[in-house]
Ligand binder design. Structure first.
Ligand SMILES: [Zn+2]
Length: 78
């Protein structure tokens, strides 16, 4: 992918983004193209779909963790 301002190839950058999904805080790994000259960022449709999946996965993990803690608590009580 080339920079829209004509700076040539953009580099793929991996990052982690914190966001809140359905009231649960999740950290989602994202991939984004970034121009090293002007800092313009762009993603692809494909990446957007993958981010959606990553959010869903991170959300599921976070919820499972919460559910697991609750189970542990109820085990201690009984
Ligand atoms: Zn640029």
């Amino acid at each position: 992918m080339d920079c829209p301002s004509g700076h040539g190839k953009m580099v793929l950058r991996k990052a982690k983004q914190r966001m809140t999904f359905r009231g649960v805080k999740v950290i989602v790994p994202i991939e984004q193209y970034r121009c090293t000259v002007c800092g313009a960022e762009a993603g692809t449709v494909n990446q957007a779909a993958r981010i959606q999946k990553s959010i869903a996965d991170a959300y599921r993990k976070a919820v499972n963790l919460l559910t697991g803690e609750k189970k542990l608590l109820s085990l201690k009580k009984s």
